[in-house]
Each structure stands twice: as C-alpha cells, then as structure tokens.
Ligand binder design. Structure first.
Ligand code: HEC
Ligand code: HEC
Length: 386
C-alpha cells in the first residue's frame, strides 16, 4: 500500500488531474497501477529527498509538472540506463548464425530468408502490414522487431508467445512455418534443407569450427541463428545520449514527452526500462478477431486479445504499428491510447481513456522518435557459394 501511495504522489506531482478522470472511479477500481517496483522505489527516493512524506498524497496537492531538467526527472532517467551489450559466448557460432539469417537456401523455394521479413535498417522488422511467406501467402500478422531480443531471455516468442524459445521459433519457421511451403502442394521436408546446407563445404567448415562434433541439422542451424539474434543490440539512440547526460541530445518537446510517458499517459506501465518493454502480454483493445495469447491460454481472461508489448527501440523506423498494422503512424498510436481501445473484460487495467492536448500528442511522438538507433542494424554478409 505504501508504494501505491508513492505512485499517487508521483501522479499528483506529475500534474495529473486531482481527482483523476471520473471514468476510472466509476469503474470502481483505484486509478493506481501495478507497476515496476524500481520506479516506485526511485520515486520514493525522490520524494523523500524533496522532503515530502508519502502521506502528502491524501492532501489536495496541486503540484506543477516536473520540468524536463528537474532533479526528479534525473532519478527517473536512471531507470532507462542501458546495460552493456550481452557478452558473446561463441563468436564463431554468431558469425555462422549471421550467414544463416541471410541464407535463402534454408527456405523451401530457396528464395526466402529470415532477413526477408526482418530487415536490419527497419529495426529488424518491415514496413509492410503483412509479409509474403515462401509460398506467396500473406502472413497473418505483421512481422515483429528483433531489436534487443537477446535481453528477453525466457520470454515466450511471437506476438502470441507460441514458441518457448528463439530456437523453437526458428525450427517452426523453417520446418512448418513461413519458410516451408508447408501449406501448399509442394512442401519441403526439413531433411531436404539440412542436406542442402551439409552440401555446402564452407558451411561444413563453419559448423565444425563453431560446434565441433555436432551434426548439421535443424537443431544446430537453430542454435546458430538464435546465437546471432541474441547479438541484435539496439543501435545507440539520441535518447541514450540524453540519459547519459547530454542535455542537448533531444528536444524540449521530447523531454516533455518523456515526462508524459512516465506519468499522465501511463505508457511505462508496460513500456518500461531501457528497452521500453515489460516483455509481457496485454489486451490493449486493438482487435476483435485475433485472440493473440488467448489462443494458447484459453481460460485466462486477461490473455484474450493479448499481444506481446513491443520494444519501442527504433519504433519510428517501422510503421505501420501493432500486430495487425492497424495504426498508420505514431500520432495515430497515441490517439489509440487516448481513446483506450476496445473496452472489454480482457482489456488491461492499465489502459483507460487519457486526456491529452495536441501538444501532449506531439511531445509523446517526439519522445518516441528519439529512440531510433543511429545506426540501426548492419549490412548483408557475403554468403558461401556452393
Ligand atoms: C515471411 C516472413 C517471415 C520470415 C521469412 C521470418 N519471419 Fe520472423 N516473424 C514474422 C512474423 C509475421 C512474425 C510474428 C509472428 C506471430 O506472432 O504471428 C515473426 C516473429 C518472429 C520472432 C518473434 C519476436 C518476438 O519478440 O517474439 C522472431 C524471434 C522471429 N520472427 C525470427 C525469425 C527468424 C530467425 C527467421 C528465420 C529462420 C524468421 N523470423 C523468418 C515474419 C517472418
Ligand atoms: C497495458 C500495457 C500497455 C500500455 C499501458 C501501453 N502499451 Fe503500447 N503496446 C502494448 C502492447 C501489448 C502493444 C502491442 C499490441 C498489439 O499489437 O495489438 C503495444 C504497442 C505499442 C506501439 C506499437 C509498436 C509496434 O512495434 O507496433 C507503440 C508505438 C506503443 N505501444 C506506444 C505506447 C504509448 C505511447 C503508450 C502510452 C500512451 C503505451 N504504448 C501504453 C502495451 C501497452
């Protein structure tokens, strides 16, 4: 309860209406949210430092919104500090995985590679609302970004979390998914793909170096690609420079957007931490047709129409947005949250109508634009010949 009081204080100090919109109260649940403890802890520190007791929230405090350079913002910024890049355990395996990620010969037709739908310069995603699978059919959802995915160990993979690991996702993509022509008259067995790779001497050499005395098969192919995916660190962004102390790295509008993101707009309830995701699944009211995680977890109310919270790293590079590409640009995304999406029992308690001014909307968009890595991705490797 105490930490919730801190949260209230935070919102009051952040200029949130007192009391908050009647909408929330009418729904009979408190406006405060279950959120990352570190934020509460940091805010507690801030407000204690400011000489405020956690009891103040019961008083009709009509405080000013924190300015983008005030001390409490500095505390908030600490929560967005980047950790160092993940250490690379097996460099030869990563190098092999890089080739295989770009390698169309692991698809049935020999024409579709992972990179076909996960383009490095688009934040390892695409700007297509759907992609063409190897059989020419449209994928059922928009391709997902792979940025920073190595930092999401143990998180279910896919918009709906249907694969337990990166390795499992690769095996299903190649074996039965979008690279396999499985749903056509000319499916290609995974053994055929394995043989194709085994017959390329340069791959044999590279597998021997990376995984001595391991057979080239779908498991070792998946191990290599997954090792590579785990190295897809977000490119350094202006936001990172600002977090590190460069005050002119981002605009004043973006700084106001950052404050809104962490207060009135409630975005960091889910887009938390330096990757701007809680790696969790929520119904934010984007669809009536796709059950998302609910397909896997049929009896869990909150998982119906729930999708994985995407990282917002380099988000500006990859419109349209959401699993179904239902929002054309970042401004439209903000408008979606302002309305609160489709209201139904499964919708997250963290999603509720917001009251934003036009300036607020622009500020939120300006903030999200500072998350673009410069540069993002990398260029294509030269693939082994036959
Ligand atoms: C034809 C396009 C296409 C190809 C080819 C493709 N993907 Fe994807 N990828 C997608 C789509 C679409 C999704 C979202 C799937 C879903 O949840 O329905 C996705 C999701 C993912 C995810 C989940 C990300 C997350 O945060 O959960 C990973 C990882 C991934 N792909 C890696 C790969 C790898 C590795 C390959 C090559 C073996 C590959 N993809 C090939 C389109 C593609
Ligand atoms: C309850 C958790 C939650 C909250 C709160 C939340 N988001 Fe999201 N966000 C998600 C989920 C889940 C998705 C994916 C939904 C889908 O595909 O249907 C998403 C998608 C997005 C996307 C699209 C990214 C992409 O790659 O397609 C953007 C941009 C975004 N959110 C920004 C925001 C902003 C700005 C706020 C605050 C106004 C916010 N979010 C609040 C969970 C949340």
């Amino acid at each position: 309860m105490e930490s919730q009081s801190v949260r209230e204080t935070a919102k009051l100090l952040a200029g949130m209406a007192v009391p908050m919109s009647g909408v929330e109260e009418n729904r009979g649940r408190p406006m405060l949210s279950t959120r990352a403890l570190p934020i509460r802890a940091a805010l507690l520190f801030v407000f204690t430092a400011a000489g405020l007791s956690v009891i103040t929230w019961t008083l009709p405090v009509q405080a000013q919104a924190p300015q983008p350079t005030s001390p409490d913002i500095r505390e908030l910024k600490a929560l967005y500090q980047r950790p160092p890049a993940r250490p690379i355990e097996n460099k030869a395996l990563v190098e092999l995985g890089r080739l295989l990620f770009w390698e169309p010969r692991i698809s049935a037709s020999g024409k579709t590679a992972c990179v076909t739908c996960h383009l490095p310069y688009l934040g390892w995603a695409t700007t297509d609302d759907r992609s063409r699978s190897d059989s020419g059919r449209r994928t059922s959802r928009k391709s997902q970004t792979l940025i920073g995915i190595g930092h999401a160990d143990g998180v279910p993979v896919g918009w709906d979390g249907r694969s337990a690991t990166l390795e499992a996702q690769i095996k299903s993509s190649v074996g039965t998914g979008s690279m396999s022509m499985h749903n056509t008259d000319t499916p290609v067995k995974v053994e055929v793909i394995e043989t194709r790779i085994r017959e390329i001497p340069q791959y044999v050499e590279k597998f021997n170096a990376a995984l001595p005395s391991t057979r080239i098969n779908i498991d070792s192919i998946a191990a290599a690609i997954a090792a590579y995916e785990r190295t897809m660190e977000p490119g350094p962004a202006p936001f990172d420079r600002w977090i590190a102390g460069d005050e002119v790295a981002i605009s004043e509008s973006a700084k106001r957007g950052f404050v809104l993101f962490n207060s009135k707009a409630n975005c960091e309830a889910c887009h938390s931490g330096w990757r701007l995701t809680n790696d969790s699944f929520h119904d934010i009211g984007t669809t009536t047709t796709d059950l998302g995680r609910g397909q896997q977890l049929k009896s869990v109310k909150a998982m119906q129409y729930a999708f994985k919270t995407p990282t917002l790293r380099s988000v500006a590079l990859r419109p349209p947005y959401m699993h179904n590409a239902s929002q054309m640009n970042l401004y439209d995304v903000v408008k979606h949250y302002e309305k609160g999406g489709i209201d139904r029992p499964s919708r997250s308690a963290e999603i509720f109508p917001l009251q934003l001014s036009e300036q607020d909307r622009f500020d939120l968009v300006a903030f999200m634009q500072t998350l673009t890595g410069m540069p993002e991705g990398e260029s294509a490797p030269t693939l082994p010949g036959r």
